[in-house]
Design a protein around this ligand. Structure first.
Ligand code: M6R
Length: 590
């Protein structure tokens, strides 16, 4: 998803400052980038398609001097990947520059209106209407601040925007439905889509609310469009540091984050007990429970639904967030909606939560990003405490989600301490599952699988969502077609694709060993190459990955080797696992 960052302060090297910040936003996924600063009351824009490093080599972002500037990484939605569509975008008089993350839904209408008023357009983006709308308002005699506020009021859709004015040397930032955080450093202010872009300068952050407009002047002021008044937002201190957000000795963030699970699972389990028990109470009182999430977070919810059934003998609904509107008829003020999201900014999840709020349902969330929209919209939140997850692909946050949800379900049946004990036992095993030895073993498998056209994965019961998540991991980084099935389901159609040597990963647990091994035999009989993820070897396996049997926490243990496999397949095939093509870290559009 697009990333934006701006700076205003005392330094005179805004170009190199923003270049450094932009690199920390690369993980969000992008196809073009750009920087704008002010020189002699003129706006200087440098932008193009391609990686930040390549574009910087060509255009030299550091040559943008001065103490105020904005920058952008674009993940295209409206308009192709072209230099013209890259941000920043200028107004017709070239006095206003804008970077934007989000979608201006009424841009066609605004564009036609502006064209009728003599404006020309040079890109096919929705964003270009914003600087021109501000110029239009200023032509009507308004100052920059008033013109920007009035222009924002006319925009439908979602945005985090930074607006630069050359004449007044001013910066305005605003958000509605897309993330934006303010950082106050000793020598100036940063405003960005995400904290890693400025954490080396300050840990003091302010999470902006929907409708907030920050006007940077002699003093900083926040005006809220929805409340129609000036507001004060609290300053928080982030707990993590730049080292945690940087790669350290690892080649990629994905590998670093897989390895961090030794600590992140531990942190997830060390939850504030009182919040767990408050949520347990709400679960007990609810009439109908819905889990909503997308992608990997959805797989964590699906796993939780098996645990709810198995441990608490309780039915919960699990709905992919984008499908949630079809279920709104079942929502009442007694319904509990549990929204799970790493970023807390996934548009489909936020939309589902809005739907539930309209029906007065209670909202509980499980999020990793403090101050994110979901965190703020919820009645109560549990934090994952996994630290920043920079790789686009979710790894450590998935196992944190599983650990927290498992603990919650144990607490629900009065077995909180037992749950904690099982999870503590598990986290001691994680060292081994993320060790260099295991990586070496999995490397042999990656060599065998790297040219496969398909990989199939099967599991039963708790291992079924694991098969789905493992398939997602493999396909999103290695681009090999991978599909997860419940053990019995493959033979209802897809088994037709099994040929001599087709790889099939089989997740085995003590509970379902007999049935799943019998499914593995069915596949092997048709020529399949069987990879067993199990606590003991079996003659049907062509390749064996040993993972200890840990009962209800098997889903955590069993996914880790496959995260490593996905990582290695990507690197062996020459792909960057941190930034898979076409993917964004947080999907802030519907
Ligand atoms: O931030 P969220 O947990 O809401 O994100 C949900 C999905 O977009 C995310 O899990 C996605 O599927 C990742 N590509 C998984 O690796």
């Amino acid at each position: 998803m697009c990333g934006i960052v701006g700076y205003i302060g005392n330094r005179n090297d805004v170009g190199s400052l923003l270049l450094n910040s932009l690199k920390k936003l690369e993980y969000r996924g992008y196809d073009s980038c750009g920087v704008a600063g002010i020189s002699d009351r003129e706006i200087l824009v440098k932008k193009d398609i391609g990686k930040i490093e390549e574009v910087d080599k060509k255009l030299d972002f550091s040559s943008v001097k001065g103490s105020i500037g904005i920058a952008h990484t674009r993940w295209s939605t409206h308009g192709g990947v072209t230099k013209e569509n890259a941000h920043p975008h200028l107004s017709n008089n070239k006095k206003i520059a804008v970077v934007h993350n989000g979608i201006v839904e009424n841009y066609q209408e605004l564009r036609n209106f502006l064209k009728e008023n003599g404006f020309s357009f040079y890109s096919s983006t929705d964003t270009e209407v914003i600087p021109n709308l501000i110029e239009f308002e200023m032509r009507n005699g308004k100052n920059f601040e008033k013109a920007t506020i009035d222009a924002l009021r006319k925009i439908e859709g979602s945005y985090a925007v930074l607006v630069l004015n050359a004449d007044e040397k001013k910066l305005i930032a605003a958000r509605k439905g897309a993330p934006l955080v303010l950082g106050a450093a000793d020598d100036g202010h940063f405003v960005s889509s995400d904290i890693p872009s400025f954490i080396e300068h300050t840990k003091d952050v302010t999470y902006l609310h929907d409708g907030d407009v920050i006007i940077f002047g002699n003093s900083l002021k926040i005006f809220n469009l929805l409340e129609d008044k000036e507001v004060i937002r609290p300053v928080d201190t982030v707990e993590w540091n730049i080292e945690q957000a940087m790669k350290g000795n690892f080649d990629h963030f994905m590998l670093k984050e897989i390895s961090e699970q030794v600590e992140t699972i531990q942190r997830a389990v060390e939850q504030d007990k009182s919040i767990i028990f408050e949520i347990v109470q709400q679960i007990k009182e609810a009439k109908g429970i819905f889990f909503v999430a997308c992608g990997t977070s959805y797989h964590a919810c699906l796993t939780a639904s098996y645990l709810f059934s198995k441990i608490a003998k309780m039915h919960v609904n699990v709905v992919v967030a984008s499908e949630f509107p079809s279920y709104e008829h079942f929502l009442t003020d007694k319904t509990l909606v549990i929204a799970v999201s790493q970023s807390g900014e996934t548009a489909d999840v936020l939309e589902a939560v809005k739907t539930a709020k309209n029906k007065n349902s209670k909202i509980i969330s499980l999020v990793n990003v403090m101050g994110s929209s979901l965190h703020r919209y919820s009645d109560q939140s549990l934090m994952m405490h996994a630290g920043p997850e920079i790789c686009v692909v979710a790894t450590k946050t998935y196992t944190s989600q599983l650990a927290i949800l498992t603990l919650l379900i144990y607490a629900l049946v009065g077995k909180y301490e037992e749950g904690k004990k099982e999870l503590k036992y598990l986290w001691n095993l994680i060292y081994n599952l993320t060790s260099a030895n295991i990586r070496e073993r999995i490397k042999q498998l990656s060599e065998r699988l790297k040219d496969s056209n398909h990989i199939f994965l099967i599991g039963r019961g708790l291992q079924y969502p694991t098969a789905l998540e493992a398939a997602l991991k493999i396909k999103e980084v290695s681009y090999i077609h991978a599909e997860g099935f419940s053990g019995g389901e493959l033979k209802h159609g897809t088994i037709a694709l099994i040929e001599q040597g087709t790889p099939c990963i089989v997740f085995v647990s003590e509970e379902n060993e007999k049935e799943i091994i019998s499914n593995a035999i069915e596949i092997k009989t048709r020529g399949g190459y069987i990879i067993g993820v199990a606590s003991k070897n079996n003659e049907v396996f062509d390749f064996y990955i040993k993972v200890p049997e840990v009962g209800n926490t098997n889903p955590i243990a069993q996914i880790i080797p496959i995260q490593t496999l996905a990582y290695q397949l990507a690197t062996l095939r020459g792909f960057d696992p941190d930034r898979p093509r076409n993917l964004a870290k947080s999907v802030t559009v519907k």
